[in-house]
Design a protein around this ligand. Structure first.
Ligand code: SF4
Length: 389
């Protein structure tokens, strides 16, 4: 069964729909740079986790809204059998409901998928796959702690296509201390040749608590160089735009018509349910997060206790500021009349002076009612956005 993803926009929208994020907190092996909520060696817990997640989905209240996008992230969701993922998706369809044309994405790592698994995922109703590739250079992959080869990564893209996935994302990572410019070109050109319709490329960050951080802090590995990372980002823009990919967000490129609905929902500050261990959700100015440890998550569900471990109410100014920070990451920028309708005029009025400075400095530009980062400012996006807050 192939379900098509409905009409999408790559632009900021005041009506981005309703998302569901499901966290699968397991990986076969932890990459050296990873600080996500994921655990290796918990295979004995996988089935109990699936059951607990399904029960928790049955307990959640979607408030009468149907999902326009669903994202199974991790972790490595495809470490679970396709039948387990199918059961979870059926529970979402039953308890939340799917909008016709809903985008249903599963994250996959190359060593956990083949054509038969992709067949089963399509049959279950998934219509988009996001494959973690990161690099196509063996030494870079090894240094990052990735356990797949470049060939296996490219084979995963091919297998997804042969199975019938029309929406395939490839995740890349640039700027590790062991990567040369020519390595990065190898990764970019190899991925483009494999033909995904969406490519995400993020700079490596050295997060505290990771093995990579220990190596860097002890001087056994060089730190990342922000100038080199900026060059790599520029190179990605050149190579990908020459191959007809449009950059619709600071770190995301897609062929026309293939932007991710779920991504655009996040950057348009839409509402979404967060389900599973450590997942975060956001509903109308209330942000919440769940118990992080998978075993404790399962225990809470068994004991009929809430899986939520914390929440906060965002005041109007915080909501408006966060929405602007997210929206300006999109190449479209933010439609100011719609922004004002959604959040009121106070936030923009209170920042008129700094906005004027950033526009005069060439960091922001305004045209036909849209405010966006100027083309040359994506590399300093975080600095520009921080000045606005
Ligand atoms: S596969 Fe992804 S989630 Fe798992 S350890 Fe590596 S980076 Fe983290």
């Amino acid at each position: 069964m192939i379900t098509q993803v409905g009409d999408r926009t790559s632009r900021w929208t005041a009506d981005p729909g309703f998302g569901v994020y499901l966290h699968i907190p397991f990986c076969r092996h932890r990459c050296h740079y990873c600080d996500f909520n994921t655990y290796e060696g918990q295979e004995g817990l996988h089935l109990a986790y699936v059951d607990a997640l399904i029960t928790d989905i049955g307990n959640c209240d979607p408030g009468g809204r149907r999902a326009t996008s669903i994202f199974f992230g991790g972790g490595t969701p495809t470490l679970l059998p396709a039948s387990g993922l199918a059961r979870i998706l059926r529970a979402v369809a039953h308890n939340v409901g799917l909008d016709p044309g809903a985008e249903v994405t599963v994250e996959a790592n190359p060593e956990t998928v083949d054509e038969a698994k992709f067949d089963a995922l399509l049959e279950a109703g998934f219509n988009r796959v996001s494959i973690g590739i990161q690099s196509l250079v063996p030494e870079v992959l090894t240094r990052l702690g990735r356990t797949h080869s470049p060939e296996r990564a490219l084979e995963a893209v091919g297998a997804a296509r042969r199975a019938g996935f029309e929406e395939v994302n490839a995740d890349l990572m640039y700027g590790s201390p062991w990567e040369s410019t020519s390595d990065w070109m190898t990764s970019l050109e190899g991925v483009v040749a494999a033909g995904p319709d969406h490519i995400s490329a993020y700079a490596l960050t050295v997060e505290e608590g990771t093995p990579l951080h220990t190596l860097v802090a002890s001087g056994r590995a060089p730190d990342v160089d922000p100038d080199i990372q900026a060059e790599r980002h520029e190179l990605a823009s050149e190579v990908l735009s020459a191959a007809a990919y449009e950059r619709y967000e600071v770190s995301n490129w897609a062929l026309p018509g293939h932007a991710s609905r779920h991504n655009v929902l996040y950057w348009s500050a839409g509402d979404y349910l967060g389900l599973g261990a450590g997942a975060h959700g956001h509903r109308s100015g209330r942000r919440y997060w769940n118990e992080k440890l998978p075993r404790e998550f399962v225990s809470r569900v068994s004991a009929q206790r809430s899986t939520e471990s914390g929440s906060e109410l965002l005041d109007a100014g915080t909501r408006a500021g966060e929405a602007m920070m997210l929206g300006l990451r999109l190449a479209s920028g933010v439609q100011l009349d719609e922004f004002t309708r959604r959040y009121g005029p106070e936030w923009l009025d209170g920042r008129a002076a700094v906005l004027a400075q950033l526009e005069a400095g060439g960091f922001l530009e305004r045209s036909e009612g849209w405010l966006r980062l100027s083309a040359g400012s994506t590399l300093v996006a975080n600095d520009v956005l921080c000045r606005l807050l």
